[in-house]
Design a protein around this ligand. Structure first.
Ligand SMILES: [Zn+2]
Length: 93
């Protein structure tokens, strides 16, 4: 488990990635990624690093989910009701 998290941390330290990128890079299921990310977000603070979420964006109208703190992708855009919503990206800096 620790090894997977360390690998994810290494990836996110290089630049922003979304849950699909991470699942493919590490070779785990996308749903597992969220569990690891939640722990990484907490431990990053203790290590003096900053865990950043680049918010989801609606690809239809461009609405940005600025205030959303959840790690998963929003199901639907509140502005245009479209469902083509980009996944949030995570980064460690
Ligand atoms: Zn929209």
């Amino acid at each position: 488990m620790e090894t997977i998290r360390q690998r994810i941390i290494a990836c996110l330290s290089k630049g922003p990635m979304n849950s699909i990128d991470i699942s493919q890079e590490i070779g785990i299921m996308e749903k597992e990624v969220f569990d690891h990310i939640a722990h990484i977000a907490q431990s990053a603070q203790r290590q003096g690093k900053r865990f950043v979420i680049h918010p989801s964006k609606c690809l239809k109208c461009g609405y940005v989910f600025e205030d959303r703190k959840r790690l998963t992708r929003p199901g639907r855009c509140p502005k245009c009701k479209g469902t083509y919503v980009q996944r949030p990206e995570y980064e460690i800096c």
